[in-house]
Structures are given as structure tokens and as C-alpha cells.
Design a protein around this ligand. Sequence first.
Ligand SMILES: Cc1cc2nc3c(=O)[nH]c(=O)nc-3n(C[C@H](O)[C@H](O)[C@H](O)COP(=O)(O)OP(=O)(O)OC[C@H]3O[C@@H](n4cnc5c(N)ncnc54)[C@H](O)[C@@H]3O)c2cc1C
Length: 421
Amino acid sequence: MSQVFDLVGLGLGPFNLSVAALATGLRSLSTLFLEKNPRFQWHEELMFPEADMQTTYLKDLVTPVDPTNPHSFLNYLVAHGRFYSFLNTNRQVITRREFQHYCRWVSEQLHNAVFGSEVRDVAFHRGLFQIRYGNDRVASARSLCIGTGHVPYIPPGAKDALGPDCFHAKSPELRRLDLRDKRVVVIGGGQTGAEIFKHAIDSYWGPCRSLTLVSRRMTLEALDDSAFVNDYFTPSYTRNFFGLDPTVKSSVIERQKLAGDGITSAYLQQLYKALYLRTIEGNPMKAELLCGRELTHLQRLGSEFRIDLGNKLRSTAEEIRADVVILATGFRSMLPRCLGALESSMQLDDGQRIQISENYRVAWSHDPAARIYAVNFGRHSHGIAEPQISLMAWRSARILNDLLEEEHFRGVRAEPAFIHH
Ligand SMILES: Cc1cc2nc3c(=O)[nH]c(=O)nc-3n(C[C@H](O)[C@H](O)[C@H](O)COP(=O)(O)OP(=O)(O)OC[C@H]3O[C@@H](n4cnc5c(N)ncnc54)[C@H](O)[C@@H]3O)c2cc1C
């Protein structure tokens, strides 16, 4: 019989990469992590050259729970001879490109990370998971860790219009755009929408004829990263939140929206300045922000698109036309197709979301000794830090401690938080 792994990870984005990096130091655990891409990639489609992260570099794959781990960002800097010059740049956050480079460097050192290996299906048979991947290879595992990320969200009214000139921002189309002399509409006023709007103003894809950003929000809103709001991104707050009644969790999450889903103040400042500078000598490209509008319908009419909007403040219907529509409409959580055979055994809550324990175990009706962990699937249960990088290393350590049934990573012990609900 071929090797049976203690844990097989599905997907190698940053979250499972963190689990994989911490697991390599554990001799008693055999692990394998499978990724469909040929090498580590982090939202490559949206990798604008200067784009900064929203999270400090110290919250890397391992440091928060294991600061002497060789896969830390500081070790990456030393290994690449950039430690002193990095410090001289005097930054708290790094570019997304540098974060990807760091993660790729880590992934290349891990014996348990296998790329170019799409997981095709997973079955459960006689107490073991059978994972079919790549060109009909099969791995057996006692436990799984689902880390397949979120999928682009397409608003229902836009589905029929999708094509080469109307696409979600996380699409290959964004990298081969030619917007010269086009009427361009960006739907969505979060960080991604703002970045696309700013790059279009700067003629990154060639000078467009007109540029419109549509947002449900009343203005472009800043990410709130003030001290007490940042307390939401601590282990002890997450534990505290987990203990809340499920019926109140969703309203708390809604009220905390701008803690995790806003535009950085620095970027807003750059964007405002870019708009202002255009007004000095005038600019033939019309650029406008339509805020407080909801997309109601999007339709292709011959060579153009008709975009129907609901003006939320005036309670009126509006219509605009475009040659290119870019949907910066975010992402949503969805189990990957390869888990189809197991899905019906997973327990769902009232909102049809998988139930996840405090230690990130999915509740399922089969053998409890066979564990399914899930990362980035528990915003509804664990709170707004779940889809963020801030607590990824801490979550990875909790998962591995749970699997080992001992407190190997002592860094998971919660420091006191100041906010209590
Ligand atoms: C542009 C952008 C910037 C962001 N910046 C920040 C930030 O600065 N700070 C922050 O806290 N959060 C940020 N986020 C949010 C969050 O950190 C990221 O979305 C992060 O990538 C989530 O990691 P993940 O590992 O869950 O998913 P992903 O990064 O999406 O990785 C999932 C991986 O699974 C693979 N996969 C899927 N299905 C299969 C399969 N069947 N077989 C094998 N492999 C599979 C995919 O190819 C992918 O590589 C950002 C999000 C975006 C979109």
C-alpha cells in the first residue's frame, strides 16, 4: 500500500502555505500539500507593480507563532541580502509583489509542497481520504485541510454579459487590456475597484475616452486600521467572537465591515491627488465616481453594454453605456468541486454554510477520527479576521496542535485583548 499521509492540503495559497511551512518542522507528521498552479502565485492578475499589502510584514507565514522558524520574512530578507536596505525603506507593509516573492521562496524549500497538481476529487473509504490529483495520481490521508480560497463573485444581473469585454477583475483579461478610446466602467468601490480606476486614470492600459466607477457605498471608504479596530485581528478577540451566539455574529460582522474591507488611506490620498491634478489643465478623458448606486442589470447590446443602476438616495433608475466593463465585485466562499462527494456529509448552519469548530474542523457526519480542516471558510463563525492574513499563522498553529493533540506551538496562547463582547 502507498504511503498514508497524516494530512493532505488542498490548494497552496498563503493560508495553506503557512500550514505547510509550520508542518515541515514536525517530524511526527507526514504531510502533502497540492496546488494546481505550476508555482506559487498570489492573485497574479491583480499584481499591480506598486500595490501594497494591507498587513504588516511581521504577520508572515510563521513568525507570530514560531519566530525562530527558517520560513520567516526576516530570514527571507537575510537570505536575499536585503535586510539593511529593507529597513532603510522604513515601511510597515510590503508590496504584494514582494509578499508573493517571499511566499514563492518558502514554497520552493518545502518538501511537502507539490505544484502543478490539481485535486480532481476526494473520496472517503475505510477511514481514509483518497485524493485523486494531477494525471490520475492518488494520495491517501487520515485528514484534510481545505485551502482552495474564494472564487470571484459575479452579481446575478451581470452573468449573461460576461465575455472578453466584460469580466471579473481577477481574470487574465485584465493583463491584456487595451482601453484606448474606450468608455470604461468599473463596478465596485473597494480596494480592487479603486486600484483599477487609478491605473485607468494613469492610462496604464492606454488612454480611455471615459472612465466611470460605480459603487454601492456613499463614497470611497477608508480601511479602518486604528488601534482598537485592529484589536479585532487578535487571537483573543477571535476566541471571544467565536463564543457569541450565531444569531448576533452576522450583525457584528456587518458593523465591522470597514475593518477588513476598505481602501487604505494612503491609496485614497493618491487617487484623490490624481483626480485633482487632472483638473488643473483639463483632461479630455472624463472620469467620474457614481456612488450610492446599485447595479441592477448589465446587458450586451451589439458592440456596447447597457448598465442599469439604482440610485439609492434618489430612488431613481439610471442607465449608462460602456465598451468595457470590469467587475471589481469581490469574492465569495465556495467549496471546490473536487469535494462534491463529501459535501453532503458536511453539516451546514441555517445560512447553508459549513459548520467549523473553534479549531477549524469541519463538522461532518462520518468518522470523527478523520478530520477535515478548512482555512478561509469560517468568516461567519470566526469573524472578520478569517479571510485576512493577520491571523493565518496562528490559525495554522491551532490546526496543527489539534492534529497533534498537544500544544506544540505555544504561541497560540492568546495575549490579552482590550475589546470584549
Ligand atoms: C488582490 C488581493 C489582495 C489582498 N491583499 C490582502 C492583504 O494585503 N492583507 C490581507 O490580510 N488580506 C489580503 N487579501 C485577502 C486574502 O489574504 C487573500 O485572498 C488570500 O489569498 C487568501 O488565501 P487563501 O490561501 O485562502 O486563498 P488563495 O490565495 O486564493 O489560494 C487558494 C489556492 O488554491 C488553489 N486551488 C483551488 N482549487 C484547487 C484544486 N482543486 N486543486 C489544487 N489547488 C487548488 C488555487 O490555485 C490557489 O492557489 C487580498 C485579496 C486579494 C484578492
